[in-house]
Structure formats: structure tokens, C-alpha cells
Design a protein. Structure first.
Lengths: 110, 338
């Protein structure tokens, strides 16, 4: 739970402080946010499954964001940035949908 | 690897969809299941204070980063906004520049005209009178008088054909009408407030009709100064009248003619000097301001301006005189020349 508290404090600070993102990081933001969403929903589902673990949650969160940004970076270097981004969004999107479906089954039993 | 999502039967698997089924069947990070199994084996892990601090710090940083990213994505791109604002500002700036230049142009041409009148009034009143007469014919000055107003409107769209050019008033319709009006004895013509000079072209660019390079929009109001009754009769007898009747009957283009007791037509503005020559008696003494393309072999009279067949605005100015900025074209020569 302690990781979630840290995360919440970070979100609040971000909302209050409004830091600016360096221009060279801008292209990686969309994919990183989608990856973060995937990790968030994964963590929520694990929580409902009763197998939530702080360390796994943070590690998956961190690695998701970094790998997503790295894939976009690699794609840009190879000239297939948009295609690779699409692939990442498809995979993460399916995962998010499946996890949300599991969460829904947990919460509403339907 | 733990497969904790066992409610999907194995038969659903399709070899060609391995990746997608894998993603769909096992959406949760396997790490969770592994950690849970480890916990079940060894009991709840003992975490020291350092681990907790680490977890909080990493969680805090991640939350901060994701929030920042989301916020900056929600904002419109600062660069695009700035570029757009810059462009808008430039458009506005240049438009204002063009307007002020046009005003300056009108001001200067008024000055030129005043100076010209002043110089000629003492020197050569006859020339001045002729110049003023010709300025009217050359459509340089605003004129007013009774006349005929013809309004052409696009045919109402029938809905089935989206963009049928036949239903629109085209350049050729305006050309026929204007030529018919000239032939019928109109003294001055303007289309939507654009005064027609000897060199005015009526053309189509895309779906817009350009008169003197100014795009006009439906409805097209053609105003001709002259005797309205005569104009109307002559127009009806001419081929232009038949053309208008065809437009009305076949294509449904609106043609309304009204006689007006007083029409006010704007001037076409100043013209540029295109041709000038000196009288031959002083030709050797002073060079002409602009080389004449075709020097006339005979001495050019001071007031010479032969109505030329070409629609070019030509002025033969006498040397030593104020070089006139007006173009002189006899009425009726250029108007039908399109």
C-alpha cells in the first residue's frame, strides 16, 4: 500500500506544481502514459485478486514506462516510430481492456 | 510461468493469433502471481525501513512524472499555438500595410491629378478639357447618371447535382452581357462596383468570377450608365439579349433588369503610364521619358491620342508637359475587346 500512497502524493504534487517537460522528452509522453495506465489497471486487478504486491507494482510501472519510451525512441531512430507506437498501443490497449474486464467482474460480479 | 487465468479453454487458441491470445489471456503481470506464491511459501516478507522509503520515493517520482506528462499532453502544443499566433499577426499586419498603401496610392494619385489640372489650367485649357472628357471614357473618374441595372443570380441548386457549373453565372455570361451593353450604347459599366475599363478582363478562376482580378460573388450586379430605355431595347434585340433569355429559360439563372434614375459608378483608379513620346521637334533635344516602342514618323500633335484598336492604355504625352498619368481610350474600342 505504501507505494500507492507515494504514487498519490506524486500525483498531487504534479497537479499543484505544474512542472514543465523538456521538449526532447515530448514524443515519449503519450506512450509512457498509456504504459502507466496499463500498470495502474494491472495493480488494481491484482489488488482485487488479492495478490497485490508493492514491489511488483512499482517495478512493472517503472519498467512499463521506460520500455515504452525506449521502444518509441528506437522506432524513431529506425524510421518506424509511428508503426511501433501503434503496436505498443495495441498490445497495451488489449491488456488494459482485459484487466478492466476482470476488475469489472470482481466489482459487479458480472 | 504461472497461468492464473485458466478459464479460457485450450481449444480457443489459434496458432496464428498466438501473440494476441497470449496478451488477452494473461493480461496481468506474472510477477504478482509469483510474489503471491512466494508469500504463500515463506510467509509475509519482512521489509526494512529502507525498502519502504525506496517504494515511497519511486512511487512519488512515478506519480509526479505521469501527472506531468498527462498535464503537458492535455495542453495544446505551445509551439503550434505560437506559430499560429505569429501567422495571424503577420496576416493582420500585411493586410493593414496593404490598406495603408492603397490609401497612400489614392492620395498620391489625387495629388497628381490636382497638380496636372493646375499645370494645364494655365498652360493649355483645351488639353485639360479634353483630358477630363477622356478620363470619363477611360473610366478613371467616378461617374453618375441614369442607367440600367442588370442583376444575374445563380440558379437555385436542385440538390441532386452538387456543383453543376451550368447553374452558376459564368464569366462568359457576364462578358456577353457587358459587351451587349457596350454595343447598346452604355457610357460606363461597373460589375459589383468594379468599374470596367478598356483593359478590364472578366475571367473565371476556379469557381469565382474575376473582374479586373478582383473575385466577385453571386449575385452579379451589372450597372450601365446610359438611357435605360434605349439600353434595354437594344440589349433585347441583340444576341446578348437572346443569351440572357436562354440563361433564364434553360438554366434558371435569375436575370432582373431595372432602370435606375441615378447610378453611381466608382472610378477605376489611377493608371500607369505605358507609352509616351515626344513631339519630333524637340525629340533631338530631350530624350523621351520612356522609350517609345513604335516611334511615330510624323510629328505627333500635342493632343494626339488616336483611339487604338488594341486595348492597351496608351498615352502620348508631349515633352515638356506634365507627363499625364491618365490613359486615354476612345469609348467603345476596348470595351468589346475581350
Amino acid at each position: 500500500m505504501i507505494a500507492v500512497i507515494g504514487l498519490a502524493i506524486g500525483v498531487v504534487i504534479g497537479l499543484l506544481v505544474h512542472p514543465t517537460v523538456p521538449a526532447e522528452l515530448q514524443p515519449y509522453l503519450p506512450i509512457a502514459v498509456v504504459a502507466a495506465l496499463d500498470a495502474l489497471f494491472g495493480g488494481l486487478r491484482a489488488l482485487l485478486d488479492g495478490i497485490f504486491d508493492d514491489r511488483v507494482f512499482l517495478t512493472s510501472f517503472l519498467s512499463n514506462v521506460l520500455v515504452a519510451a525506449f521502444i518509441v525512441f528506437l522506432g524513431d531512430q529506425l524510421g518506424v516510430g509511428t508503426q511501433l507506437s501503434t503496436a505498443v498501443v495495441v498490445v497495451l490497449g488489449i491488456r488494459i481492456f482485459s484487466n478492466v474486464a476482470a476488475i469489472r467482474r470482481h466489482l459487479f460480479k458480472a | 510461468m504461472a497461468r492464473h487465468d485458466s478459464h479460457v479453454p485450450e481449444s480457443v487458441r489459434d496458432a496464428s493469433m498466438t501473440l494476441l491470445t497470449e496478451v488477452q489471456r494473461r493480461p496481468l503481470d506474472p510477477g504478482y502471481a509469483e510474489a503471491a506464491r512466494r508469500r504463500a511459501l515463506t510467509g509475509a516478507p519482512h521489509r526494512g525501513g529502507r525498502t519502504a522509503v525506496w517504494l515511497v520515493v519511486v512511487g512519488l517520482l512515478l506519480g509526479l512524472g505521469v501527472t506531468t506528462a498527462t498535464l503537458s499532453l492535455r495542453q495544446p502544443q505551445a509551439g503550434a499555438v505560437a506559430a499560429r499566433r505569429l501567422l495571424e499577426q503577420q496576416v493582420r499586419q500585411h493586410r493593414a500595410d496593404a490598406e495603408s498603401l492603397a490609401a497612400q496610392n489614392a492620395d498620391l494619385s489625387a495629388q497628381i491629378a490636382a497638380l496636372q489640372n493646375q499645370a494645364l489650367r494655365s498652360d493649355d485649357p483645351a488639353l485639360l478639357a479634353q483630358l477630363q472628357r477622356w478620363a470619363v471614357s477611360a473610366a478613371l473618374v467616378p461617374v453618375s447618371g441614369p442607367g440600367l441595372r442588370v442583376v444575374l443570380t445563380d440558379a437555385p441548386s436542385d440538390g441532386t447535382t452538387k456543383d453543376n457549373p451550368d447553374l452558376r453565372v459564368q464569366d462568359v455570361d457576364l462578358q456577353v452581357l457587358v459587351n451587349g451593353l457596350w454595343a447598346a450604347g452604355a457610357e460606363a459599366i461597373a460589375v459589383n462596383g468594379q468599374r470596367l475599363t478598356a483593359t478590364t478582363a472578366i475571367r473565371t478562376a476556379g469557381s469565382a468570377v474575376l473582374v479586373d482580378l478582383v473575385p466577385l460573388v453571386n449575385p452579379y450586379t451589372v450597372e450601365a450608365i446610359g438611357s435605360a430605355a434605349d439600353l434595354q431595347t437594344s440589349l433585347a434585340r441583340s444576341s446578348a439579349g437572346q443569351h440572357l433569355a436562354t440563361l433564364r429559360a434553360t438554366y434558371g439563372i435569375g436575370v432582373t433588369m431595372t432602370s435606375q434614375r441615378r447610378l453611381q459608378l466608382p472610378g477605376a483608379g489611377p493608371t500607369t503610364l505605358q507609352e509616351a513620346s515626344t513631339p519630333s521637334m524637340t525629340a533631338s533635344a530631350s530624350p523621351s521619358p520612356t522609350p517609345t516602342p513604335t516611334p511615330s514618323p510624323t510629328p505627333t500633335p500635342r493632343t494626339a491620342s488616336t483611339p487604338t484598336a488594341t486595348p492597351s492604355r496608351s498615352v502620348r504625352a508631349a515633352a515638356g508637359e506634365v507627363v499625364t498619368q491618365s490613359s486615354v481610350v476612345a469609348p467603345g474600342t476596348g470595351g468589346e475587346d475581350r
